[in-house]
Design a protein around this ligand. Structure first.
Ligand code: CO
Ligand code: CO
Ligand code: CO
Length: 314
């Protein structure tokens, strides 16, 4: 079958969302994400799930237009107020994104799940993918890592109130400000850090762009408490799965703290953007991110032409 020429980003590549060209000036970005509760408070869960679902539009340099709810809920066994709180949390974040909630669908399910299908727009020649990182670029990360480790600690009842609030706000923070800074400065490639962790999504960028990535592990921003729990061995199974998945394409200097490696493969929910930006534009991007108070604005490494499709950690 002949490929539809209007598909600018489709299922043949591993990128954040699909992009379909409508006219010479407008392309649609379409994405969908939903999952089971990651925090105990239903309102906060709704906020986090919505911010996470909207993120893929921002990662591709787009602007979200509309959102639809996807809901699984045990309607016979659980109070409806829980469902209302989830949807209200989500709606607040959708409004923050200046997008319109236009509907959705729910099914009865013993296990709660919530998320959004999001439609956004972008100029067909100006969208960002993970496939255009260039040697000489610097890599910038806009949120600290460790939410997977800390959410696991929360589930085990081991997380204090302050840290719970800290990771909740972090995960409910939209990547909107970061994406606006990227649009102002201009970048070569972008993706958001989610289930595959920094190393997994970084490796996808290295492969898709056919470049090598070097990460200075001491520069990677980490939530302080995540280090504490990781050193106690409280690391989610997904982190080890990610590490195994990356291991063949990963070179780690012996000086690298193994705890940091666990954290760099920690599956994130609603993580930050990983941006590949030309070296001369990096200072101004860091400045614009900092002005907008993004949770982090850290230069964590660089793009090289050697060893394409791999990551070197030092
Ligand atoms: Co993504
Ligand atoms: Co996604
Ligand atoms: Co329906």
């Amino acid at each position: 079958m002949e490929k539809d020429p209007n598909i600018l980003v489709g299922i043949d590549v591993s990128d954040d969302a699909g992009i379909y060209k409508l006219t010479d000036d407008i392309a649609l970005i379409q994405t969908l994400d939903f999952f089971t509760p990651i925090v105990n408070d239903p309102f906060d869960f709704g906020r986090i799930a919505a911010a996470n679902a909207l993120s893929d539009v921002y990662a591709m340099g787009g602007r979200p237009l509309t959102a639809m709810n996807i809901v699984c809920f045990p309607i016979k066994d659980m109070d409806k107020s829980v469902l209302r709180a989830i949807l209200q949390g989500g709606l607040g974040i959708i409004k923050k994104a200046n997008a319109a909630m236009i509907g959705g669908h729910s099914v009865e399910d013993p296990e709660i799940k919530y998320g959004l299908s999001v439609t956004g727009i972008v100029h067909p020649k100006k969208f960002l993918t993970n496939a255009n990182a260039r040697p000489g670029d610097l890599l910038i990360l806009t949120k600290p890592l460790g939410t997977g480790i800390l959410a696991t600690a929360l589930k085990a009842g081991e997380l204090d109130k302050d840290t719970t609030k800290q990771i909740t706000e972090l995960m409910a923070t939209l990547n909107k400000d970061a994406a606006e800074a990227v649009a102002e400065v201009g970048a070569n490639a972008c993706t958001d850090i989610t289930g595959f962790g920094l190393l997994g999504h970084g490796l996808e960028m290295a492969k898709a762009s056919n470049v090598g990535i070097k990460i200075d592990t001491r520069k990677v921003p980490v939530i302080h408490e995540a280090k504490t729990f990781a050193s106690m061995g409280l690391v989610p199974g997904g982190s080890y799965t990610n590490q195994r998945f990356c291991s063949k394409h990963l070179e780690v200097d012996s000086s690298v703290d193994p705890i940091l490696l666990d954290i760099m493969s920690d599956p994130q929910t609603s993580g930050g953007l990983l941006i590949s930006v030309p070296k001369d534009k990096a200072p101004s991007l860091v400045q614009k991110l900092t002005e907008r108070n993004t949770p982090a604005a850290s230069i964590i490494g660089e793009v090289v032409k050697e060893a394409p499709g791999t990551i070197q950690c030092y």
